[in-house]
Design a binder for this molecule. Sequence first.
Ligand code: NAD
Ligand code: UGA
Length: 461
Amino acid sequence: MKKEEKFKEILCIGAGYVGGPTMAVIAAKCPDYNVTVADIDARRIAAWNSDLLPIYEPGLDEIVKRTRGKNLFFTTDISSAIKRCGIIFVSVNTPTKTFGEGAGKAADLQFWEKTARAIIEDAEDDKIVVEKSTLPVRTAELMHRILQSNTKGLSFEVLSNPEFLAEGTAIRDLESPDRVLIGAMETDSGRIAMEKVFDIYARWVPRDRILTTNVWSSELSKLVANAMLAQRISSINSISALCEKTDADVNEVASAIGMDSRIGPKFLKAGVGFGGSCFKKDILNLVYICDHYGLGEVARYWEQVILLNDYQNRRFVNRIIRSMFNTVANKKIALFGFAFKADTGDTRESPAIYISRLLAEERANLAIYDPKAIPNAKKDIADIASSVEFHEDPYSCAKSAHAIAIITDWSEFRTLDYQKIYQSMTKPAFIFDGRNILDKHKMHNIGFNIYSLGSRPLTTS
Ligand code: NAD
Ligand code: UGA
């Protein structure tokens, strides 16, 4: 294969929530490139090659159907793919370490290091290795050292190209990103490698939205972007607690402050707390790095974003218990939603997990409905299975319940027949709207005691 042609062979190691959608979009936008997505998980790869993809994401099925088998391939044969491809994206998982030094905070880089070692084992020529996973700042240095330790005289260029997609809107975010970030070493070979990755994105992303930086800024920007987004949520959630004490309404406060163009309206939706696989892990990682560099005050500042989030989960449950006459023991409570946000089946770090456990500890009987997340939910809370029943429709879920708690902002929860639901419930009937998606006056008129988050409840007695 000619030297330039191998850079039209792209490999992504890691076929998860990032690797799959990202590579599908690259394949669709660059028909003259061959894109291979490889994973050690044979079941996941089989699912990517089937009609039932391993993740639910609006628009994903269609794009995979269009490209799979043409210039998009899913495989477990990582070794052949490494040999063939000139550009290797690494999008393996980088969870929080659960053991040893840095346990509970630092990123666990074992999966990522294994891929680096697989690359030097199988590579037969020079490669561009692109960090797609979210990694601690200065990881590229370690990656480079491991790769350069090869005894074949090969040369590797390491770039950072963090991913900013959000689940549920991944395809839209990938097709029309606010920005693409590419960080490279400040060397001639670094700049040449960066141009090759730049050219891929330039097929569909306006050039002024492709930001190039040094590799350390790129790595750090990803952690900071997530920390700042999560910080906004914790900020507004902290105010939701104050609103409940003062009869202010957190939605009104959010609208009022969000109209200031310096603040902006996005990510100011108060709720049961943020979930998802990344916010918590990335902030913990930022905290760990700050402590590592002796920046205790900075570390404590960011740590507070997570502590406030835990507080918000607990606060939501405590409000349920207090409002329901200080006990939920043996009462059926219907949880509407289990995914960490709408339009995904992903439940990683979902507030629903903590809320379910806290309610089960109070001996509530839980009934759970979610349009996409039930298979994951069953695994997440297997430890409290005796307190939980799962439902395939919201009406049976709410039947004879004392309360409904809205945990996920699925749009279908806005349009249910709440009159019918009310009639089927035990009275007095409560709704705890943890996402503020229901019209509280309408619910109150039906007869519910309605507790929207961050405002005064409307009760019937
Ligand atoms: P994921 O767990 O869904 O997927 C990771 C995949 O990597 C798994 O399928 C796993 O089997 C595979 N893998 C692990 N070790 C491997 C190895 N040695 N060889 C081959 N495959 C291996 O994770 P994800 O949600 O796709 O996240 C991946 C990275 O992207 C993380 O660093 C995350 O922080 C970051 N990120 C995630 C999102 C998101 O929305 N999920 C968004 C932006 C960035
Ligand atoms: C987030 C970021 O938005 C992405 O840019 C980033 O790439 C990704 O993390 C990552 O690195 O994994 P994601 O977690 O998929 O994406 O979804 P978000 O839309 O950010 O929602 C995260 C959580 O915050 C959800 O539980 C959501 O319900 C909650 N949230 C969000 C609020 O409670 N209020 C808001 O105003 C916004």
